[in-house]
Design a protein around this ligand. Structure first.
Ligand code: SF4
Length: 462
């Protein structure tokens, strides 16, 4: 391929030798969205420019997710779409990161020669060097065997990463933990994200202070299970919340995801002490309404214990809004178990649910369980669950009509020609107003409620 050119000549004409344009395609949860932001930030520091479309890119990265159905197939299908681009631009590099990268490692490259490099969830910081090594390898050793894989877990390495956000808005996310030790029997996360690690409290505090200097007013603390956060100095999640509430200029603090078994009384006390700075919104996955199924899932709580946690939180935050994750059709789930799930949805009164059909994941225990529930039964249960939730959700949001709610104004929505922001309960509100309100907490009277958003008008100062 090099003809008479030297490697130096090629490097001089290669767009990647002096950086290049990068496009990242992101799947999955907020952790992945945050990881994508980190990848872009790292590549920008290495002289790469983010672009909005794969057609414009010299480097395409697929930040994959393995939680939903057919994850590996999704990666191959996206890579396949880039074949024509690669034929046109042989210097185009295609990499796969995220949970599928971690899980499949070199097998991805073995099955798809279009992929140049694969990296795992613990190897994001190697990305700039991987891209340039990938290019160098292509110049010297074009054989497929020489393609790159970096997917080792850094089990012993401390979780010392700085928050990298290129253009933080009014509200942003800050990772506090990564990985998970819980091994719920349906979940692949402990295998794709590794064992749980927490960032030192002082690092999180420094990052948040830095972000507030850059205009951030609200952070959402992020982890697979934030409630089991444990700083090396001995501070737990409640201590972290207390420190951030007391020692930063944040107007609001949110956190996700919570695990019911680790949501303890000490944290509830801290939430109470720091109202209204701590938002009245808790995402508390229950997954199944039957204690028998919860045990099979290895969730570490019963239906009754879950409801006790809900009541404990409601006692100190009467206006709290709960959302949740639910799985239907877990192996051996009977009709009676499913009715328990429906009843729990009704009893707690979730404003939002994220519900999915169970599907087996490699490496997980439940994938080996006999008694898998037939697909048509799962489909029917999922539809029933959504219908039951829809029936209860609308009255829950129409109650906001006529209320005056405090909204943190996050920005201007060009498409709607409106300002937008969120209430403490995480409701998106749209309203007319001037852009100098962005970043402020203002009272908004709700004039109309829709299933996912609210419309309102700014209440003028008295
Ligand atoms: S708590 Fe369970 S569901 Fe959540 S990430 Fe850990 S193993 Fe997965």
């Amino acid at each position: 391929m090099a003809g008479n050119s030297t490697h130096l000549d090629l490097l001089e004409t290669d767009p990647l030798a002096t950086g290049g344009r990068v496009f990242i395609s992101t799947y999955g949860c907020q952790m992945n969205v945050n990881d994508t932001e980190r990848m872009y930030a790292l590549l920008e520091m290495a002289n790469y420019t983010p672009v909005d479309s794969p057609e414009l890119a010299d480097v395409i990265i697929i930040n994959s997710c393995s939680v939903r159905e057919k994850p590996v197939h999704k990666v191959y299908s996206e890579v396949g779409k880039y074949k024509k681009l690669k034929d046109k631009k042989p210097h185009l590099r295609i990499g796969v990161g995220g949970c599928v990268g971690q899980q499949e490692k070199g097998q991805l490259i073995a099955k798809s020669p279009l992929i140049d490099f694969v990296f795992g969830t613990d190897n994001i910081d190697l990305l700039p060097s991987l891209v340039s090594r990938s290019r160098a390898i292509d110049l010297e050793l074009p054989q497929r065997e020489q393609k790159l894989v970096e997917a080792q877990f850094q089990h012993r390495a401390p979780y010392h990463v700085e928050t990298l956000v290129r253009k933080p808005g009014v509200a942003t996310f800050v990772n506090i933990t990564k990985g998970c030790d819980n091994f719920c029997t349906f979940c692949v996360v402990p295998f794709t994200r590794g064992r749980e690690k927490s960032r030192p409290l002082q690092h999180v505090l420094n990052d948040v202070r830095e972000l507030t200097k850059r205009g951030v007013k609200e952070v959402t603390l992020l982890g697979q299970n934030v409630n089991s956060y444990q700083s090396e100095c001995g501070a737990d999640f409640a201590d972290l919340m207390q420190t951030l509430a007391r020692s930063t200029d944040l107007l609001r603090i949110r956190f996700t995801t919570s695990h019911p078994k680790d949501f303890n009384a000490k944290l509830v006390e801290v939430l109470e002490r720091n109202q209204p700075k701590v938002c009245e919104y808790v995402h508390l996955p229950f997954q199944a309404g039957s204690s028998r199924v919860l045990e099979l899932m290895n969730r570490g709580y019963t239906r009754e214990e879950y409801l006790e946690k809900v009541q404990m939180i409601r006692r100190i935050m009467p206006n709290v809004v709960f959302s949740t994750d639910i799985i239907v059709g877990f192996p051996s789930e009977t009709e009676a178990d499913f009715q328990d799930t429906l009843a729990l949805v009704k009893e707690v009164g979730f404003e939002t649910i994220f519900a999915f059909k169970y599907s087996p994941r490699p490496l997980t225990k439940a994938a080996q369980f006999e008694d898998q529930v037939p697909e048509d039964v799962k489909d029917r249960r999922l539809q029933e669950l959504f219908a039951a939730h829809d029936a209860q959700a609308m009255p829950m949001v129409t109650k906001y009509e006529g209320q005056i709610l405090e909204v943190l104004v996050e920005g201007y929505d060009q498409n709607r020609g409106n300002l937008h922001g969120r209430t403490s309960q995480n409701k998106n509100v749209f309203f007319l107003g001037s852009e100098d309100l962005i970043g402020k907490l203002i009272p908004v009277k709700i004039t109309k409620a829709f299933p996912a958003t609210l419309r309102g008008e700014v209440v003028p100062p008295q």
